[in-house]
Design a protein around this ligand. Structure first.
Ligand code: KIV
Ligand code: ZN
Length: 523
């Protein structure tokens, strides 16, 4: 496949994706995700917005030091401070890109920037030149391009390319575009911008109308050769275009698009799980490609067709994207070798030490539950993917609840300083009582914004996975927690403590976040 027909995959899970409410990741988690993206075959990893905070800066620097097979990109507004800081974070990357952005639509020019068209072009040109003085690979984004007057958009894009931009990205920042119109804007750039051949045209679509993937694909069909996207489509508001959907649409409909990517599709499912575990953002059941029901055939007529010939109702094979078979995998007599092989088959990479702990966890689970399925194993493995130190550790839990009883919980917890403390509380139910008891012990006050339990597999002895979101008013942000156990009361306590540990880690680590405009966040 010639390079002309290859779509570059620019992943922005660590930057735009992290702008999803409650989806913050710490540095070690970002490096873990970056490694997985590199192994997935992503071409460019946008690792963060270095000026935004010390945490963002350190994360971009850490990713830049780690990744060798992908270009590492840092975002900057069009001003010297942002660009200098971006380069400081990127300078040791094997392959670096600075991505500068400036809003161009009339709404943004008038209300946010208070700049004329001429001033916008001048600032864009100066900024691309400054970025270029550091780095050969420079991307320019006219923010809110999809709502920018098309003649002016052509002028800005031409000026940015003249100044040295090697990629021009056309963001639909507020998810307003529709496929035919967006494609026509991209086509206009090819028709009218004289130097367009000197840059790669990129697309970056938000999903406010549910059209991010459709818009991105429509643009590829008329010549765009880079797509900006995120794993599971996470991102600001309704999110960004989902990487897995873009990749599988191009691959499954190669007959139509004639375009390919460098992505190793069989790693899509494990990476999706990893990002979901680390961010705490669950994937909806019916989500294309990586949702739990994506390959489930329920209707009898479909099942009958599938048995006769899979292609009657199946356009992709689950194994193509790394979805595990739900076969029984291991039982209590299975040994370390079987476990190691299964982990590798599921596309996870663990150290020997982690494999040893996993083996212990697996044996404990196999004692409670006769049949251990792939999904059970994945939930155990994912514990190693979130790098939240166990500041607070649950040692003991007792609850009492019943029809005529006041729900009560007692917890014994190890504090970060090693001291063991106990407390009890009553609540509206046993889970509420646990949360109140934990709050008394940790002194971390939070509102529960979201709480859900899902069965990891079928069956009465299945593990229950609890996902929750805590909102901390004093920090003005929310944190997610997740845990699984065959006892859902215990899973609830562990998930709550997991979120509390996220809060404690964030408080310990972060210098105050500079309040600046996030793209698309109305600033
Ligand atoms: O949505 C947007 O406009 C952005 C730009 C920074 C590319 O995220
Ligand atoms: Zn965006």
């Amino acid at each position: 496949m010639s390079d002309a027909n290859r779509i570059r995959i620019f992943d922005t899970t660590l930057r735009d994706g992290e702008q999803s409410p409650g989806a913050s990741m710490n540095i070690a988690e970002k490096v873990e995700v970056a490694r997985a993206l590199e192994a997935l075959g992503v071409d460019i990893i946008e690792a963060g917005f270095p000026i935004a905070s010390k945490g963002d800066f350190d994360a971009v620097r850490a990713v830049a030091a780690e990744v060798v097979d992908a270009t590492v990109c840092g975002l900057a507004r069009c001003n010297d401070r942002d660009i200098d800081r971006a380069w400081e974070a990127l300078e040791f990357a094997k392959s670096a890109r600075i991505h500068v952005f400036l809003a161009t639509s009339a709404i943004h020019r008038e209300h946010k920037l208070k700049m004329t068209r001429e001033q916008v072009i001048t600032r864009a040109v100066e900024s691309v030149r400054r970025a270029k003085s550091y780095c050969a690979d420079v991307e320019f984004s006219p923010e809110d391009a999809a709502r920018t007057e098309v003649d002016f958009l052509c002028d800005v894009v031409a000026a940015a390319i003249d100044a040295g931009a090697t990629t021009v990205n056309i963001p639909d920042t507020v998810g307003y575009a529709v496929p035919a119109q967006y494609a026509s804007t991209i086509k206009t750039l090819f028709d009218r911008v004289p130097n367009i051949g000197r840059a790669v045209v990129s697309v970056h679509c938000h999903n406010d109308l549910g059209l991010a993937v459709a818009n991105s694909l429509a643009a590829c069909a008329v010549g765009a050769r880079q797509v900006e996207c995120t794993i599971n489509g996470i991102g600001e508001r309704a999110g960004n275009a989902a990487l897995e959907e873009i990749v599988m649409a191009l691959r499954t409909r190669f007959d139509y698009f004639g375009l390919s990517t460098n992505i190793h599709a069989e790693k899509l499912y494990p990476v999706s799980r990893m990002v979901s575990t680390i961010t705490g953002l669950s994937v909806q059941r019916n989500k294309a490609i990586v949702g739990r029901n994506a390959f489930a055939h329920e209707a009898g007529i479909h099942q009958d067709g599938m048995l006769k010939e899979r292609s009657t109702y199946e356009i992709m094979r689950p194994e193509e994207v790394g979805v595990p078979k739900t076969d029984l995998v291991l039982g209590k007599h299975s040994g370390r070798h079987a476990l190691r092989d299964r982990v590798a088959e599921l596309n996870y990479r663990l150290t020997d030490e982690q494999l040893e702990t996993l083996f212990e966890d697996f044996k404990t689970l196999a004692d409670k539950k006769k049949e251990v399925y792939d999904e059970d194993l994945i939930v155990l493995i994912e514990k190693y993917m979130t790098d939240v130190p166990a500041h607070w550790e649950l040692l003991e839990l007792q609850t009492m609840a019943g029809k005529h009883l006041t729900p009560t919980a007692m917890v014994r917890i190890k504090r970060p300083d090693g001291v063991i403390v106990e407390d009890a509380a009553i609540g509206d139910g046993p889970v509420d009582a646990i949360f109140k008891a934990v709050e008394r012990v940790t002194g971390i006050a939070a509102n529960l914004r979201d709480f859900s339990v899902r069965g990891v597999t079928a069956g009465k002895d299945a593990q229950g996975e609890v996902t929750l979101e805590l909102e901390v008013e004093s920090d003005d942000r929310s944190f997610r927690g997740r845990a699984a156990s065959t006892d859902i009361i215990e899973a609830s306590a562990l998930a709550y403590l997991n979120a509390v540990n996220h809060i404690a880690t964030r408080r310990e680590r972060d210098t105050p976040r500079e309040v600046i405009g996030r793209p698309g966040a109305g600033a």
